[in-house]
Design a protein around this ligand. Structure first.
Ligand SMILES: *Cc1c(COP(=O)(O)O)cnc(C)c1O
Ligand SMILES: [Zn+2]
Length: 390
């Protein structure tokens, strides 16, 4: 497998650079989020992607040394043509089905890269805050890499996430509060005992792992990007990652300068990034008492807010909210019409698509990609007749 063309780490806020052979998380100058930068001229002459399947085909553009490339089958998920668009009269629609990842969510991509990088650079223990799926993905890759992991999750997180994370031998700590409170606990532990903190945007690997979703969509669509991509947003790692993916593909000469318009979807009861986008702000204020049934979108404050809002504006995108009731309703429609069993976050994308099509913001001929970011099997409590009779 090829070497990585990683050249340096660069702060997304102040532009300071940092060397790649030390395990650091955030900018040494200002504490901002670090982004991986590659020697793209060199990479251009190389074979990217490599043949085969999965996320490590893109190893040249990932910040992970070969000894950190643990294989659990992340990436290479299907891009499914769907008849729901036609059925709703809203044009050609594909679903990128991220439930096909290890631990059944796209969090596996980010954790494969973050944990692979950490292990190869000498980490000896890990810590992560999580609203649900990240804990399972981190725990699986911690198990694969042999590193001990502690996860902090809100105490009301569905049992499915706790059970699975514990199955992979993670230490699960339940916290009285939301993901932001869990983030503080994780940070404190990292400072106390040197565990490497895997929180989103507090280390550069998770954005890089999620970037492979953008690479795959481009490849799967014959290097002709769709007009619109709709993404269910918590902290917004995926928004930053998709935008970065397309810039790198252009530098490699694989696509041109055309870009999709990105749509960020949040729950109407926890929408700090949507509120900031609509208000024209560069940063997002924390959302008070946020709640939603979509655990992945229950994020009241994003550490990467500036990068997310910036990417969305550059794409000429939109930010919309949907209600929990709509997510539940559209999950049923999506399941019955497509054969996928989508998480509420995935259903939120369809609800947003319908809203934007009705407004006329999405034209009938425009090609749209929705993300189903995880499986409904971890959210069975949201479905009718879900309880066992006895
Ligand atoms: C984490 C998560 C999201 C949000 O992803 P971000 O890139 O962090 O905004 C969406 N859906 C599911 C199922 C998730 O677990
Ligand atoms: Zn900085």
């Amino acid at each position: 497998m090829s070497d990585s063309f990683l050249k340096q780490l660069e702060c997304g806020h102040c532009g300071a650079t940092a060397s790649i052979d030390r395990l650091i998380g955030t900018c040494p100058e200002c504490g901002g989020p670090l982004l991986a930068r590659y020697d793209l001229d060199q990479a251009r002459g190389d074979r990217i992607p490599e043949p085969g399947r999965g996320l490590w085909r893109w190893a040249g553009l990932l910040p992970v040394l070969p000894e950190g490339r643990f294989e659990l089958g992340a990436g290479g998920t299907p891009l499914l043509p769907s008849s729901i668009g036609e059925w709703l009269g809203i044009g050609p629609t594909w679903i990128k089905d991220e439930a096909a990842n290890p631990t059944a969510s796209f969090k596996a991509r980010g954790m494969a890269v973050a944990i692979g990088r950490a292990k190869a650079l000498g980490a000896t223990s890990l810590v992560a805050p999580s609203a649900g799926n990240a804990a399972c993905a981190a725990a699986a890759y911690a198990a694969a890499s042999g590193l001990p992991l502690t996860v902090f999750m809100p105490k009301d997180v569905p049992e499915s996430f706790q059970v699975e994370a514990r199955a992979y031998a993670a230490r699960v700590e339940l916290v009285d509060g939301l993901i932001d409170e869990c983030g503080k606990r994780a940070q404190a532990m990292a400072e106390r005992d040197g565990s490497f903190n895997l929180a989103t945007f507090r280390e550069p690997g998770r954005v890089e792992g999620k970037k492979t979703m953008g690479f795959e969509i481009a490849e799967q669509m014959g290097w002709r990007l769709p007009e619109v991509i709709i993404y269910p947003t918590g902290g917004g790692t995926g928004i930053v990652a998709l935008w970065k993916a397309f810039d790198e593909l252009e530098a490699l000469g694989l696509i041109g300068s055309e870009r999709p318009r990105l749509v960020m979807v949040q729950a109407e009861t926890c929408a700090p990034l949507v509120r900031a986008f609509e208000a024209g702000e560069a940063k997002a204020e924390p959302w008070q008492d946020g709640s939603t049934v979509a655990d992945g979108m229950r994020v009241p404050k994003s550490f990467g807010d500036r990068l997310v809002l910036d990417a969305l504006r550059k794409s000429q995108g939109r930010a919309v909210t949907v209600s929990d009731a709509q997510m539940i309703e559209y999950a049923r429609i999506m399941a019955a019409r497509s054969g996928l069993f989508p998480c509420p976050e995935g259903a939120a994308c369809l609800a947003a698509q319908v809203q934007l099509a009705e407004e006329g913001w999405i034209g009938s001929g425009e090609r749209v990609v929705l993300f189903n970011t995880g499986t409904a099997l971890k959210y069975l409590h949201l479905w009718p007749n879900a309880t066992h009779p006895g």
